[in-house]
Design a binder for this molecule. Structure first.
Ligand code: NDP
Length: 450
């Protein structure tokens, strides 16, 4: 990846980070993007460099890696790897999801944990950054296999987390079912009924609107970004990648805001429904049957299924919301979207756009909402779940949803203001990195060398 640093300190530091964390390109990519944004901040505030804040920030406080043995339905022992990266606790207990996907390795969890520091800070709530997961693939496993895996995973993880220490949540491959099994095992091991995980079911401490939060929050952010330029989502055509938790609830809210969502995908391919996606069918296929998105065309023959997920960006749209996974939208896909007249792109997934894609959008004047800001609604609502658990009280759906809305509007304006303050008006990538960084960095300075 090309380095665009003006300052020698940052270039040297980035080279050291690459050497110290070999074979972790996603982590390098996430760190480099943040460091590039921080150059102007450190010119104004050299104390962040002089007092070692930047170097501390790129080194996780703790990396936990463990064996996860479990027995499959045929009686065979299976071994997976588990991870928890406790990246930064300057402003609150570690908070961030667990990802179960075969592509998971230490570098993916470090990139996600690093991003989480700034995202969590942007929410305005007191939560530090962490992330975890496993290379376990829940796809094709029976409920009992998933349960045995989760119990084994939590048997080790329970030693390292706690309601005031580290509070995991869901991510790719970890939804309500997995959180339930993980919570049950934590309670059994520790004999404590506490809010140690978020995304819990509503009968055992979950928050209303948590399931919807990331997708809804993404649309609240996108709407605010458009409103600020005198536009809105109403009447717009939207393409959304993925068909998991984030994609489904982004589709729901975009539709409520008057947009038409015409495409969704999974890792096998994508569906295009020119009449607008019928979400009930998608929810049945993905949430109940745990089947593939191509099943949709059986219910709606007007829709077309195409094999291969990357082609989704060839569909003409006004707004693109990548909600599947990292680096799913590259420079070529960005050029196609621009050629087709896209006006806004906001990231529901973490780091879905490659650096080349981001530069292309910014050069073309496309409004671009980076993941740290645009998908922060999930973790923000997780923090609201933590508050409700501490109070032993539940808020209504409307209360949580209105707090989520307010948080997303504030995130947009804080990022936009920070970008403008440092002479990068409309660059929300830099704005989100800077606004997220300053609060964490000041807390680190105040707490000394720890
Ligand atoms: P889910 O597991 O519910 O859904 C993931 C979706 O993305 C599925 O449709 C999946 O398809 C697709 N997908 C996953 N990996 C790939 C891949 N390598 N290539 C193509 N498609 C892929 O996860 P979520 O919806 O929770 O998460 C989606 C993204 O949003 C992730 O980047 C996550 O980090 C981010 N995010 C999630 C939050 C949350 O609250 N859940 C909060 C903030 C960010 P298939 O079923 O075929 O695997």
């Amino acid at each position: 990846m090309e380095m665009n640093f003006k300052n020698r300190y940052f270039r040297d530091l980035m080279e050291r980070i690459i050497a110290r964390n070999p074979g972790e390109p996603e982590f390098h990519q996430a760190v480099q993007e943040v460091l590039e944004s921080l150059e102007p901040v450190c010119e104004k505030h050299p104390e962040y460099i002089e007092k070692g804040v930047i170097e501390s920030l790129v080194e996780p406080e703790r990396v936990i890696k463990f064996r996860v043995p479990w027995v499959d339905d045929s009686g065979k022992v299976q071994i997976n790897r588990g991870f928890r990266v406790q990246f930064n606790s300057a402003i609150g207990p570690y908070k961030g999801g667990l990802r179960f996907h075969p592509s998971v390795y230490e570098g993916i969890i470090k990139f996600l944990g690093f991003e989480q520091i700034f995202k969590n800070s942007l929410t305005g709530l007191p939560i530090g950054g962490g992330k975890g997961g496993s290379d376990f693939d829940p796809k094709g496993k029976s409920d009992m296999e998933v349960m045995r895996f989760c119990q084994s995973f939590m048997t080790e993880l329970a030693k390292h987390i706690g309601a005031d220490t580290d509070v995991p949540a869901g991510d790719i491959g970890v939804g309500g079912r997995e959180i339930g099994y993980l919570f049950g095992q934590y309670k059994r091991i520790r004999n404590e009924y506490v809010g140690v995980l978020t995304g819990k079911g509503l009968t055992y401490g979950g928050s209303l609107a948590r399931t919807e939060a990331t997708g809804y929050g993404l649309c609240y952010f996108t709407e605010e970004m458009l409103n600020d330029k005198g536009k809105s989502m109403r009447g717009k055509t939207v393409v959304i990648s993925g068909s998991g938790n984030v994609a489904i609830y982004a589709t729901e809210k975009a539709t409520q805001l008057g947009a038409k969502v015409v495409a969704l995908s999974d890792s096998n391919g994508y569906i295009y429904d020119p009449d607008g996606i019928k979400l009930d069918a998608v929810k049945r296929i993905k949430e109940v049957e745990r089947a593939r998105i191509k099943e949709y065309v059986e219910a709606y023959p007007n829709a077309v299924y195409t094999e291969g997920c990357r082609g989704i960006w060839n569909i003409k749209c006004d707004i693109a919301l990548p909600c599947a996974t990292q680096n799913e939208l590259d420079g070529a896909a960005a050029q196609t979207l621009i050629k087709n007249g896209v006006i806004a792109v906001a990231e529901g997934a973490n780091m879905p756009s490659t650096p080349e894609a981001i530069v292309a959008f910014q050069k073309a004047g496309v409004l671009f909402g980076p993941a740290k800001a645009a998908n922060a609604g999930g973790v923000a609502t997780s923090a609201l779940e933590m508050s409700q658990n501490s109070q032993r009280y539940s808020w209504t759906f409307e209360e949580v949803d209105s707090k989520l809305h307010e948080i997303m509007v504030n995130i947009y304006h804080n990022a936009a203001r920070a970008a403008e303050q440092y002479g990068m008006k409309d660059n929300l990538v830099a704005g989100a990195n800077i606004a997220g960084f300053v609060k964490v960095a000041d807390a680190m300075l105040a707490q000394g060398v720890v």
